[in-house]
Design a protein around this ligand. Structure first.
Ligand code: G1P
Ligand code: ZN
Length: 540
């Protein structure tokens, strides 16, 4: 097989965002687009020569074609071995685990997470480093820089690899190992959680559970773990078959898009527990009967109860949350006497803290929770954590959370998204807020206001302009930021939080409770006027 060098020219839009490079499938299908980005990875990571790489994706449209391209390029660039999930499938947390377990030099994840798939949908690519986590900004910046001057990429002419059959094959000098995508990950879950206790809970015949895989990657994982290993009925996993277009759905586990799970838990005879995950399996939504657990609360409840779970029984070292996530976890950390960190949005900022042992648990308001078991957020892990907790505490989801509020107080929380907004208008809105920062304190009971910047306590790196924060005298908070994962126009995210210590006032409907803050958020930023929108597109 001959290695070929193909002449190429740079594309001007290959800067990775919050989580890798995400674009329309049609952009990725343009000749050289994927190839340039992949070559840039090999160019800035010379240690991939002679090393092993994990490759897999969430099964969305273009996944298989992209993997064939990447395998040829990996062989041509001198990688010794590639571990690929059968049928090209690997969840994002499973990639992270495989990188760590087999001590590889990194991995390539093909996904656009919760963004819709299909020929007109989105695609994405992300490089993960040997710690199993998304590459830090120093690496993504280097990859981006390389894409701006790239002139050629390397590939090999050969037939497609058979990705259906588990076993070893060769491309030139490189070994391709097609592996079971689920087994290693399921074994890890069995180490962290008390599967006997969970089996007793869900196999007892009275507990009703539902997991919505949303026709995305977690179908096979949930079936193996919840059904085969833990004894749930097969019907407990819905939308279990991964489809290239996610069945036309939007694989985002929130109250709007995962409404099937919501409906199953609604009413007096609703299921005891339901959960959903996203396209690539790193997000989670947790529901009890007539009860939605906000991701911010989920993190706080996990931190407060971690000692009850086998994998965390010796206690947790610290907890981190992304800046827009509510401060509920901070209150737990304070009581436990452990460190609490506030990082910019995006999982990559947790990596150093996890590697340094400063934190054990971390999470984001965007339906992401995780721990030091991998370096990505992990949807099924969160589901198993909750099931294990229900089994140990022998209480319902609602009881556990309301008891938590009674102890720590409740951080009411909601996020309002304005999607596909004119990019210029969104930038102007943010600039307006930024310039008004010095004048805000003292008005509307505002105590402080800033543009969030983060100094990584481990490597000292500094990240600026991560969102406008406005803090009020009573502890409430409004945060504004623009999405770094969208592919069309701009998405404005407005995050609202209010603290309530009085148990008598902890059971109000969230949007009603937050109404004054919601209105003030509009007044301060001029959302309606600048975006021309009367209401958010998605409320979570
Ligand atoms: C969104 C979420 C963020 C998450 C990221 C990847 O990014 O808000 O918390 O880490 O997706 O799943 P955003 O679009 O806000 O930049
Ligand atoms: Zn995801």
């Amino acid at each position: 097989m001959t290695i070929r060098e193909i002449a190429t020219t740079p594309f001007d839009d290959q800067k990775p965002g919050t989580s890798g490079l995400r674009k329309k499938v049609t952009r990725f299908q343009e000749s050289g687009y994927l190839e340039n980005f992949v070559q840039a990875i090999f160019d800035v990571r010379p240690d991939l020569v002679g090393g092993t790489l994990v490759i897999g994706g969430d099964g969305r449209y273009f996944n298989l074609a992209a993997i064939q391209i990447i395998l040829r390029m990996a062989a041509a660039n001198g990688a010794a071995r590639a571990l690929v999930g059968q049928n090209g499938l690997l969840s994002t947390p499973a990639v992270s685990h495989l990188i760590r377990k087999f001590e590889t030099r990194g991995g390539i994840v093909l996904s656009a997470s919760h963004n819709p798939g299909g020929p007109d949908g989105d695609f994405g690519i992300k490089f993960n480093t040997p710690n199993g986590g998304p590459a830090p900004e120093s690496v993504t910046d280097a990859i981006h820089k390389r894409t701006q001057s790239i002139q050629k990429y390397r590939t090999i002419e050969c037939a497609d690899i058979d990705l259906q059959t588990i076993g070893r094959q060769k491309i030139g000098e490189m070994t391709v190992e097609v592996i079971d995508p689920v087994a290693d990950y399921a074994d890890l879950m069995a180490e962290l959680f008390d599967f006997d206790a969970i089996r007793n809970l869900i196999g007892g015949g009275t507990f009703r559970l539902c997991f919505d895989a949303m026709h995305a990657i977690t179908g096979p994982y949930a079936t193996e773990i919840l059904v085969n290993r833990l004894g749930a009925p097969e019907s407990a996993v819905i939308n279990a078959t991964p489809l290239p277009d996610f069945g036309g759905g939007h694989p985002d586990p929130n109250l709007t898009h995962a409404h099937e799970a919501v409906e199953l838990t609604t009413g007096e005879d609703g299921a005891d527990f339901a959960a959903a995950s996203d396209g690539d399996g790193d997000r989670n939504m947790i529901l009890g009967r007539n009860f939605f657990v906000t991701p911010s609360d989920s993190l706080a409840v996990m931190a407060a109860n971690a000692h009850l779970i086998r994998g965390y029984q010796d206690g947790i070292s610290g907890v981190a949350r992304s800046m827009p996530t509510s401060a509920a976890a901070d209150r737990v950390a304070q009581q436990l006497g452990i460190e609490a960190f506030e990082t910019p949005t995006g999982w990559k900022f947790f990596g150093n803290l996890l590697d340094a042992g400063r934190i054990t648990l971390c999470g984001e308001e965007s339906f992401g929770t995780g721990s030091n078991h991998v370096r990505e957020k992990d949807g099924l892990w969160a589901v198993l954590f909750w099931l294990n907790l229900l089994a140990v505490r022998k209480q319902s989801v609602a009881q556990i959370v309301t008891e938590h509020w009674a102890t720590f107080g409740r951080n009411y929380y909601t996020r309002h998204d304005y999607e596909g907004v004119d990019a210029g208008a969104a930038t102007e809105l943010m600039n307006h807020l930024r310039s008004s920062l010095p004048h805000l304190p003292g008005t509307h009971d505002i105590a402080w206001a800033d543009d969030f910047a983060y100094e990584d306590p481990v490597d000292g790196s500094r990240t600026e302009q991560q969102g406008i924060r406005i803090g009020f005298e009573d502890g409430s908070r409004i945060v504004y930021r623009l999405s770094g994962t969208g592919t069309v126009g701009a998405t404005l995210r407005v995050y609202l939080e209010a603290f309530e210590a009085d148990t008598g006032k902890q059971n109000l409907e969230t949007q009603t409770r937050m109404q004054p803050l919601i209105e003030l958020a509009d007044t301060l930023a001029g959302i309606r006027e600048r975006t021309g929108r009367d209401a958010p597109d998605v409320i979570t």
